[in-house]
Design a protein around this ligand. Structure first.
Ligand SMILES: C[S@@+](CC[C@H](N)C(=O)[O-])C[C@H]1O[C@@H](n2cnc3c(N)ncnc32)[C@H](O)[C@@H]1O
Length: 378
């Protein structure tokens, strides 16, 4: 799935080789900011050592655990058949208010009809007290049918393989959301945006979930690992010599919880009252990272580096080379790490997602240079 700051591309561009070399002789890999799980999953599938991963957000931990905590492949067919049967039954029992026009084949191309559909979906979904995703996000990020399908699948997860099943639903919800690559705001109903919204509303949540479920089922870890919801600094207390620690902190002043609250609601299976154009839950329900605050990022990064150095573990840090909107820059990161470690730096070309992130450009994606630092305690 698309994820702001995902290192998936960089794994093929220098980072993967460095990990392969550096993992030799290590006893454990620790991914302190696991996000989409791309790096943890890469390592878990290749190296015969356990992976410990952490993130502030539950959906990130679920996506990561979908691969790193399972050491066998599985066949999805019987689980999937039973799952969709339970979901269909749930829909039949609970989805009385689904607007029949939300069936894709009934979508019209007339703007006025489309607007009527959107407004009716909003009114209908607001009444669905037993379907939290539809109530919060139906009529915005999702059609009524899509949102209720997400609720139905979330309520009826298979007991066996519940984590990869939930991760598949999160990935599907991300692919289907009527929003540009993340869920800070849904597409609006302006003349230029409405076609994107209507296009997204026709995506098939069942089909996307099955595709993602198959993908997760076909991946497995060599050794059982574990991802947890925890602050990165707190995890440094558990580090030991022999660990290789991967550090890929936020670079944006905008909180990840603002971009991914819809996925978090699906991971948790509930959401408080939402408000604003982004349909945000209250701030108290959205984890706030000190790495996204200009006033605290330097101290936070400094104490993290000290915590890792004190454990005797080696680390790999990735960060954009230029100045970022959270106030940190590649050269500051090099200076801070240099206090505690011998640093070997390399630079690789990368694509930078500036979703709220870059001080100089508002373009959504931009070619840039990213630092990869290999840190050995002094
Ligand atoms: C740049 S992304 C990581 C991307 C990830 N390496 C990948 O390939 O998908 C940064 C992640 O750090 C998480 N985060 C922010 N502050 C954190 C903290 N204090 N402790 C742990 N995770 C944090 C965010 O939720 C986000 O998922």
């Amino acid at each position: 799935m698309k994820y702001m700051g995902s290192k998936r591309a960089m794994l093929k561009n220098g980072l993967g080789h460095l990990l392969d070399e550096t993992l030799i002789g290590r006893n454990r890999f620790v991914d302190l900011f696991c996000g989409s799980g791309a790096v943890s999953s890469f390592v878990a599938q290749r190296a015969a050592i356990p992976v410990l991963a952490s993130d502030l957000q539950q959906y990130a931990v679920t996506l990561t655990n979908a691969i790193i905590e399972r050491t066998t492949h599985f066949n999805t067919e019987t689980h999937w058949e039973a799952w969709i049967e339970r979901a269909d039954q749930w829909l039949e029992k609970n989805a009385i208010a689904v607007d029949p026009a939300s069936k894709p084949d009934m979508v019209t191309h007339k703007r006025s009809d489309q607007l009527t559909w959107v407004m009716k979906t909003r009114t209908d979904c607001a009444l669905l007290d037993n379907a939290p995703i539809a109530k919060a996000y139906g009529g915005y990020y999702y059609s009524a049918r899509q949102a209720l399908t997400i609720d139905a699948l979330r309520r009826t997860l298979p007991i066996k393989h519940a984590v990869p099943a939930l991760a598949a639903l999160i990935a599907a919800a991300s692919r289907c959301a009527a929003a540009p690559g993340h869920t800070a705001q849904p597409f609006s109903t302006t003349e230029s945006s409405l076609p994107h919204l209507i296009h997204a509303w026709q995506k098939d949540v069942f089909k996307e979930t099955k595709t993602a479920f198959d993908l997760f089922a076909n991946c497995r870890s060599q050794i059982k690992g574990n991802a947890i919801v925890q602050d990165a600094f707190d995890v440094t207390e558990e580090l030991v010599e022999g660990d290789l620690v991967f550090v890929d902190p936020p670079y944006s002043e905008v909180q990840y919880s603002r971009f991914y609250h819809v996925l978090e609601a699906i991971a948790k299976g509930s959401v408080s009252d939402v408000s604003g154009t982004g349909r945000y839950p209250p701030l108290s329900d959205r984890p706030q990272s000190n790495y996204c605050l200009k006033t605290s990022v330097v101290d936070e990064f400094d104490r993290l580096m000290l915590g890792i150095a004190l454990s005797g573990a080696e680390a790999i840090v990735t960060f954009p080379a230029g100045e970022c909107s959270n106030g940190l820059s590649g050269s500051m990161v090099e200076e801070l790490t240099d206090q505690y470690f011998s640093v070997k730096a390399r630079k690789v070309a990368s694509v930078f997602s500036t979703l709220g992130g870059n001080t100089t450009s508002r373009a959504a994606r931009k070619n840039t240079t990213e630092l990869i630092l290999h840190l050995v305690p002094k």
